[in-house]
Design a protein around this ligand. Structure first.
Ligand code: F3S
Length: 62
């Protein structure tokens, strides 16, 4: 499973790293970045939760 953040859409709300810090982190550019090549086992549900919770649908987890 892989995670992607569309930086043209992300408004830096910070939800995804707070829901799933194993996969997402906020950087100095004010946007969320994916910090893993593959979503680790055990956090797939929270990565999906971040995808569903993003207010601008900037995240894809598949
Ligand atoms: Fe950006 Fe959505 Fe995360 S707006 S900070 S990708 S929840």
């Amino acid at each position: 499973m892989k995670a992607y953040v569309d930086h043209d859409l992300c408004i830096g709300c910070g939800l995804c790293p707070s829901v799933c810090p194993e996969v997402f982190e906020m950087r100095d550019d004010g946007l969320s970045h994916v910090i893993v090549d593959t979503v680790p086992e055990g956090v797939e549900d929270t990565a999906k939760e971040a995808e569903e919770g993003c207010p601008v649908d900037a995240i894809k987890v598949e």
